[in-house]
Write a protein that binds this ligand. Structure first.
Ligand code: FAD
Ligand code: NAD
Ligand code: NAD
Length: 505
């Protein structure tokens, strides 16, 4: 303002000219900085833009890709018929709709090359790729990148996800022993799988089980053998009750995976011929061309810890309040957050839907919302064409369970388990309980001679239903959510069953 007046007085003696004051440059707001370019950051960016379209939003990620979803990397992409799938990253979802693993094309963002681009005026979400955030300073409201540049933030979101754990002695450099989390890991494994190799997958949890089945499926077409090695008694043993683990393991074997359960890795080395030799105890060895290590993740909380934020050491996550705020102007979401679930107590959740819901919620609160995070997230997993499940709440094999099984119709699961050695469910209204240890009550096994077609597993803590697993039962997630939120007890299970029409053909 002052400057314009000054110019005007100086021209007073000259020819009278119409002075048009220069249009003031639009004021760039200090940005909303989202650290991590995963699902939680993407969801937060969308929510911020919906509430405040002109908000200055920057996503900073250390990967080379625009934000993408991880679930298809261990499932749908492996079932694609397209030999170019590792290039297109296109998959078909359960409705048969074609989707891309990358949420939106990189051209829909304003890709900036360095921190100075953060003062660029644009309505698009800004994206800084291949950049590592090395420091968060919550006093100064800054983040520092590995190249030394500094970005001032208005509010910041920590959404750094988790780092795949390695086996003791696993070399950083070996290209024979890899972890699996990113699009570039998928591309690597896709190449390996094409070479007709013997691949050993280590780990019996979500990732190990999904990948083993996906690779075996690929192996039907190409010369590929798959071995899965883990210390538990069967697939998904940390989640499923024991009898369901046994049944599932039988199914995974039928799908072509050589499952080596009860096998902890004693040593892992590469021999002269370049093969990886796994010593799995009892004088047994697995000799593979490549090994995929899927033994869980470690949430990335270093930035937060170094910034003096509170870390929940038990759950290894950054502690936030009900609004997902770690301290004023610092939010956290996704795999790395330890939050308070009003129904179930403090939790940390490593699943996609939680990353979406908590990311969105944090985003809304960053632009002025002040709502507590109360969404009860769900997760799903699929092990080949026959096994699909969805779950809500606490599903942990350590809890006691009450299960209800029905015979599946062709709609629920395809082919029957001919020759299955697993304990199987009774056709109608079978209720099985497990004790506190999570061991199945097999003494009067009601499931003789039939398979676990479809069913419900209620997880119970001090009589309260705290988790619900929907096994080959689809479209009932909201019903499950309502049950967890209402805090029903085991006595009420019979009455709750009608919500699930389990016995309808
Ligand atoms: P992430 O998706 O891990 O994103 C974090 C990002 O931040 C990463 O790109 C990371 O590189 C980046 N980053 C970290 N630190 C920094 C830093 N300092 N500077 C810059 N960038 C940084 N869940 C389900 O519910 N269903 C499924 O079927 C399912 N399938 C899965 C399949 C696979 C193969 C994997 C790996 C996971 C799967 N999950 C599934 C889990 C789900 O993908 C995660 O819960 C989800 O990705 C968590 O999102 P996030 O944004 O918290 O973290
Ligand atoms: P996980 O925590 O589900 O399973 C870890 C597994 O590691 C255990 O089941 C155990 O078998 C194994 N393990 C641990 N130490 C071992 C050792 N020393 N030797 C051999 N095996 C050992 O983690 P994950 O399966 O690695 O999955 C990685 C992440 O991706 C998790 O956050 C998971 O939730 C997520 N994910 C989720 C889905 C889904 O929701 N459908 C699918 C894939 C991945
Ligand atoms: P919905 O559960 O009513 O499903 C619609 C249809 O898809 C039904 O015919 C059902 O039989 C089928 N279906 C759903 N989940 C399946 C599974 N896990 N395995 C096999 N078939 C399945 O509900 P919706 O809201 O239309 O879809 C949400 C569901 O879709 C989620 O619960 C999840 O299981 C799945 N999903 C998958 C992805 C992915 O990337 N694979 C992404 C989002 C959702």
């Amino acid at each position: 303002q002052e400057k314009i007046q000054h110019v005007a007085t100086e021209t007073v003696t000259a020819e009278p000219v119409a002075v048009t004051p220069p249009t003031p440059a639009p004021k760039i707001q200090k940005p909303y900085v989202l650290i991590g370019s995963g699902t939680a950051s993407y969801a937060a960016a969308q929510a911020i833009k919906e509430k405040q379209p002109d908000a200055n939003v920057i996503i900073i990620g250390n990967e080379e890709y625009a934000p993408y979803m991880r679930p298809p990397l261990s499932k749908e992409l492996w079932f694609s018929e397209d030999p170019e799938v590792a290039k297109t990253l296109v998959f078909k979802d359960w409705q048969g709709t074609e989707r891309n693993t990358i949420y939106q094309d990189v051209s829909q963002y304003e890709v900036i090359e360095d921190a100075s681009g953060s003062d660029l005026q644009t309505n698009k979400i800004k994206l800084l790729l291949n950049k590592q955030v090395t420091k968060l300073n919550v006093e100064d409201h800054t983040v520092t990148l590995a190249d030394g540049s500094v970005i001032y933030y208005n509010k910041v979101l920590l959404a750094t996800g988790g780092e795949p754990k390695k086996l003791p002695g696993q070399s950083e450099k070996s290209d024979k022993i890899i972890t699996f989390r990113t699009v570039s890991d998928f591309k690597k494994l896709d190449q390996i799988a094409k070479d007709g190799a013997h691949i050993a997958v280590i780990g019996g949890g979500f990732l190990g089980s999904e990948l083993a089945v996906a690779l075996a499926k690929r192996g039907e077409k190409e010369k590929l053998t798959v071995t899965q090695v883990f210390p538990e008694e069967g697939n998904m043993a940390n989640v499923f009750p024991s009898y369901l683990t046994k049944w599932t393991t039988t199914r995974v074997r039928k799908l072509g995976v050589d499952v080596q359960s009860n096998s902890a890795i004693k040593s892992i080395k590469t021999d002269e011929s370049g093969k990886v030799v796994l010593n799995i105890g009892n004088d047994k060895q697995v000799i593979a061309d490549h090994v995929v290590v899927a033994v869980g993740i470690e949430p990335r909380v270093d930035l937060a810890r170094d910034a003096g934020l509170e870390v929940d050491e038990k759950r290894a996550g950054v502690v936030v309040n009900a609004e997902l705020e770690a301290r004023t102007d610092v939010f956290a979401a996704g795999d790395m957050v330890s939050f308070h679930d009003v129904q179930l107590g403090r939790r940390r959740i490593e699943h996609h839907d939680h990353a979406v819901l908590s990311g969105r919620h944090a985003g809304e609160n960053m632009v002025g919302g002040a709502k507590p995070y109360k969404h009860q997230s769900m997760f799903w997993s699929d092990l080949g064409p026959e096994i699909g499940y969805e779950a809500v709440g606490l599903v942990d094999a350590q809890l006691s369970t009450v299960s209800v099984w029905a015979k599946a119709t062709a709609k629920d699961t395809p082919a029957a388990a001919a020759g299955s050695e697993a304990e199987s469910p009774r056709g109608t209204s079978a209720i099985a309980s497990t004790g506190e240890t999570g061991k199945a009550a097999t003494a009067s096994n009601p499931f003789h001679d039939e398979k676990f077609g479809k069913g419900l597993v209620f997880y119970v803590r001090e009589k309260q239903i705290v988790g619900l697993l929907l096994f080959n039962v689809f479209g009932k997630v909201q019903e499950a959510r309502d049950i967890i939120d209402a805090g029903y007890t085991t006595e009420q299970i019979d009455g709750l069953l009608k919500k699930f029409s389990l016995h309808q053909e």
